[in-house]
Design a protein around this ligand. Structure first.
Ligand SMILES: O=C(O)C1=C[C@@H](OP(=O)(O)O)[C@@H](O)[C@H](O)C1
Ligand SMILES: C=C(OP(=O)(O)O)C(=O)O
Length: 417
C-alpha cells in the first residue's frame, strides 16, 4: 500500500491555499437541480470521488449533466428519473447513496444502489424502513447495509413518514429532498427527540429553499414540506468547511497565517464551529461535544494531542459508522504516534495532550483505513513531528483531491513510497 511522508514543514505555515466546494452542498444541489424541470447552473462545485459518483448516477437516471468549466455544471432536469440500465455504484459516498435511495422511489421500476466494501458496512436500514412504511417497497440485506433495492412506482405519495436519524442525519435529508415531488404534502417525523448533525438538516433546507421548495417546522421533530416541485436555479456552492478545518488547524498548530480566501463567517456548514474551538489552543476545552461538528473531530483530536489539556470528545457514537470507525482509527493513530496519547471510554474519545510532542521524532505509519479524514488530519501531526507516514494518501480524493498539493503551496514537502 502506498504511503506519503511529510519530510519538511516550515516552523510556521504561511501562504494562500484553495479550499474546494462543499461536498454536502454540491451533492444536494446536484440532486435538487436534477429534480427541477429545466436548466440549472451550479458554480463552485466540488469535483471529487463523492460528487463524481453522484453525477454519474444522475446521468444513469436520465438527467442531462454537463461541465461548463472546471467547477461549473449545467443540469437539465425533467422533474423525474428514468430506470437505469444497471445498478448504481456510489463508492463510499454517504450523501450520494443515501440521497439517491429515496429519490429512486420516483423511478418506475427497480433500482439497485451499491457501494464499495466500506459502504457495505455503513447502515442504511432506517431509511429503507421509513420508505417501506411510506408505501415504497425497498429492501436491504440482513446486514442493514447496501446494496439496497428500491422498487419505484414512478411517483411518491407523500403523507406522514417517520424516520430514525440516530445513525445518520442523511436519512432525514434524503426524505426531505424528494418530498417536494410527492403527490401531496409530506410530514416527516423524527423518531428521536433530536439528532446529531442538525446543521446538515439546515443545509438541506437551505438548498431546497434556493430551488423554490418550502420546509416548515412546527417543532424540532416535525418537518412539513409542500408538494411544490423544484424551480430551476443558478446556484453558488460555498467552500467546504470540513476541508477548511485542516488549514485552520495547521495555522493554529504552527502559529502561522494561512489565507483560505474565505473567512469563517463565509461558511454555513456545521464544521465551522471547529474554528472557534481552536482559538483556545493549546488549552482546548476539557470536553468537546462533537454531535454537531462530527467531520471535524479527527482534526480537533489530532490538534488536541499537541495541546496542554486532556480533552474528552462526547456525542460522537456515530463516528463509528462513517467511512471507517473513526473513534478506533483516531485512537489507533494517536497511540501509534505515542502510546498513551488517547483512550476510549464507551463511545467517548479522550486525548491527553502532550506539549513535548513537537520536539520529538515519532517514526510511525498511520493506518488511514482508507478514510480521507484520517489521512488529512494525521498529516497535521506530520507538520510537527518528524517520521510520520500516512497509508493510502490517495484516499483524500473522496472530498479533497488537491489536499497534498495545497499543503505543498505552504512549503510542506513530501516523499511518496
Ligand atoms: O448530510 C451531509 O451532508 C452529511 C452529514 C453527516 O453525516 P451523518 O448524517 O451520517 O452523520 C456528515 O458526517 C457527512 O460528511 C455529510
Ligand atoms: C462522513 C463523511 O462522508 P459521507 O457520510 O458523505 O460518506 C465525511 O465526509 O466525513
Amino acid at each position: 500500500m502506498p504511503t506519503i511522508e511529510i519530510l519538511r514543514s516550515p516552523l510556521k505555515l504561511h501562504g494562500k491555499v484553495g479550499v474546494p466546494g462543499s461536498k454536502s452542498i454540491t451533492n444536494r444541489a446536484l440532486l435538487v437541480a436534477a429534480l427541477a424541470t429545466g436548466k440549472s447552473s451550479l458554480s463552485g462545485v466540488l469535483v471529487s470521488d463523492d460528487t463524481r459518483y453522484m453525477v454519474k448516477a444522475l446521468t444513469e437516471l436520465g438527467v442531462c449533466i454537463r461541465f461548463s468549466s472546471d467547477t461549473c455544471i449545467d443540469i437539465e432536469g425533467t422533474g423525474t428519473l428514468k430506470q437505469p440500465c444497471d445498478s448504481l455504484y456510489l463508492g463510499n459516498a454517504g450523501t450520494a447513496i443515501r440521497f439517491l435511495t429515496a429519490a429512486c422511489a420516483l423511478v418506475k421500476g427497480t433500482v439497485v444502489l451499491n457501494g464499495d466494501e466500506h459502504m457495505q458496512k455503513r447502515p442504511i436500514h432506517p431509511l429503507i424502513d421509513a420508505l417501506n412504511a411510506a408505501g415504497i417497497h425497498a429492501t436491504v440485506p440482513s446486514s442493514g447495509c447496501p446494496p439496497c433495492q428500491v422498487h419505484g412506482q414512478g411517483s411518491i405519495l407523500g403523507g406522514t413518514i417517520s424516520v430514525s436519524g440516530n445513525l445518520s442525519s442523511q436519512f432525514l435529508s434524503s426524505l426531505m429532498l424528494v418530498a417536494p415531488l410527492a403527490k401531496q404534502s409530506t410530514t416527516i417525523k423524527l423518531a428521536e427527540d433530536t439528532i446529531g448533525a442538525l446543521g446538515y438538516i439546515e443545509i438541506t433546507r437551505s438548498v431546497m429553499n434556493a430551488f423554490g421548495a418550502h420546509v416548515y417546522q412546527d417543532d424540532e421533530k416535525r418537518f412539513h414540506i409542500a408538494n411544490t416541485g423544484y424551480n430551476t436555479c443558478d446556484f453558488k456552492v460555498e467552500p467546504d468547511a470540513s476541508a477548511a478545518t485542516y488549514f485552520w488547524a495547521a495555522e493554529t498548530l504552527t502559529g502561522g497565517m494561512i489565507d483560505l480566501g474565505y473567512s469563517p463567517s463565509d461558511f454555513s456548514q456545521p464544521d465551522v464551529a471547529a474554528h472557534t474551538l481552536m482559538q483556545s489552543f493549546p488549552s482546548l476545552p476539557s470536553c468537546i461535544d462533537g454531535a454537531q461538528l462530527q467531520d471535524a473531530i479527527p482534526t480537533l483530536a489530532v490538534l488536541a494531542a499537541f495541546g496542554y489539556s486532556k480533552v474528552r470528545f462526547t456525542g460522537i457514537a456515530n463516528l463509528r459508522v462513517k467511512e471507517c470507525d473513526r473513534i478506533a482509527a483516531v485512537h489507533k493513530g494517536l497511540n501509534c504516534i505515542k502510546p498513551g496519547l488517547a483512550t476510549i471510554e464507551g463511545d467517548d474519545l479522550i486525548v491527553i495532550g502532550d506539549p513535548e510532542l513537537p520536539t520529538q521524532a515519532r517514526p510511525c505509519t498511520i493506518d488511514t483505513m482508507s478514510d480521507h479524514r484520517i489521512a488529512m488530519s494525521f498529516a497535521l501531526a506530520g507538520l510537527k513531528c518528524r517520521g510520520i507516514k500516512i497509508l493510502d494518501p490517495k484516499c483524500v480524493d473522496k472530498t479533497f483531491p488537491n489536499y497534498w498539493s495545497e499543503l505543498s503551496k505552504l512549503g510542506v514537502s513530501f516523499s511518496y513510497a
